[in-house]
Ligand binder design. Sequence first.
Ligand SMILES: Cc1ncc(C[n+]2csc(CCOP(=O)(O)OP(=O)(O)O)c2C)c(N)n1
Length: 515
Amino acid sequence: MNGAESLVRTLVKGGVEVCFANPGTSEMHFVGALDRVEGMRCVLGLFEGVCSGAADGYYRMTDKPASTLLHLGPGLANAAANLHNAKKAGSGIVNIVGEHALYHIKYDTPLTADIEGIARPFSHWVKTSPTAKTVATDGAAAIQAARVAPGQIATLILPADTAWTEADGVAETPETPQPQKPANEAVVAAAKALKSGQSAMLFLGGRALRARGLELAGKIAAKTGCKVQAAGGTARIERGAGRVPVLRLHFVVETALEMLKGTKHMVLCGAKAPAAFFAYPGKPSVLVPEGCEVTTLCPVDGDPLGSLEALAAELDAMNAKPGNVAEARRPDRPTGKFTLEGLGAALGATLPEGAIVVDESVTTGRGFFPYSAGAPPHDWLNNMGGSIGFGAPVAVGAAVACPDRKVIAMIGDGSAMYTIQSLWTMARENLDICVMIFSNRSYKILYSQLADVGAANPGPRAIDMLTLDRPTLDFGGMARSMGVPAAKATDLEELTKQLTYAMSQKGPYLIDVVM
Ligand SMILES: Cc1ncc(C[n+]2csc(CCOP(=O)(O)OP(=O)(O)O)c2C)c(N)n1
């Protein structure tokens, strides 16, 4: 058994069963080993950002790391933006990055690069395995690192000669240390804050936003009268009929401040204290209202569910009934010209049970939540790293993770163009994904950002950097060229009809929503 095969066997044994790959010469032994080892599904992405985003989506839906296979420094660099998003979202990923044989590096041939240097800012754990004998144990250590709560990026660099040289065998993955149990003082302090009689808020992130976490938050709210608020960026919210609804903190500073206004006690669980996405002249970075006391019940890398359980028990709220569980209710099927409300209603009217919504709708979908609050139970995934090109790859990974569930990717036209190759992987793997592209033919968000940072009165050259209408993009044509059937919708009736069709069939489908 060579080093590459010992690594693939170690990954499979350690529960890493999917590899999102874009290989090159230095990874050929890893690719060759795939035919000799059962249990590793290998999915080809035509750009490394597709692979890293897919691994992020896979982790969010399974809480299990997938691997990526990337080609030296440049392949890793192409993957970096979506690794950044995954890192912010607390997703665990095992990156396998090929490297030249160590004796070859000194010749500084074309693909030679500082791979560790590229990996470090986007990884929690980085190692170049020195020999074929160490590859398996290093692979196992990478899996262990990727599983550290809530999930970490581990990057294992695999020199070509370690892949082709005889190895020792397969390594066992060591247990990953579990997150700290909730500290009693933190639980007592949080309970005291919520019982203070002043306006209090539970501010949630991470796994606190799964159905059980929200149910516990709902019980605590019923008992104490506190508000329940989700952070602005959320990796996965379990929502829909029968669940406790929660709103994400708004991107726009003024709106976010309005949502938090009057709060005297904020209890953090799985989330950091809220801060503005960007700095703007004359606006605050910190969104916590002045005079509001912040108590950390559970840090981002803690145990949010265990902490909410402990808090509910401390407050004697375990048997309380959450007050505002979402009733099963859908909006009417909308008709007429596109409006943002109408688009939200079209989704809410057609969302199937168990759907996974991947939301990169940027400006279009910000107000969609109320229209699907009573739709059948579903998951909602958002970008936490702010690097666009996230939606389509994450949808690929979510669909690989959950083949029996419909994935709906809502993507702005600007964002879609970063990782449009994802469509080809959707077609090749016959993934059950409905992609909606919101073709407003612009980087619409940046119009408001221009004003917000004080760059007023933009001239034609500035506006030219924000428009996508010269030439217009033909998403239907792009989809069909990559094997994905597609349609165009120019009003709400047509869109609702197309969505109904997309939900009734299996496999990838793209709707170009021409706004
Ligand atoms: C990797 C990366 N490059 C650039 C940006 C800056 N940026 C943020 S939003 C945006 C445009 C998004 O356009 P679109 O997806 O069409 O959504 P819209 O604003 O039109 O709703 C850009 C370029 C970014 N966030 N990430």
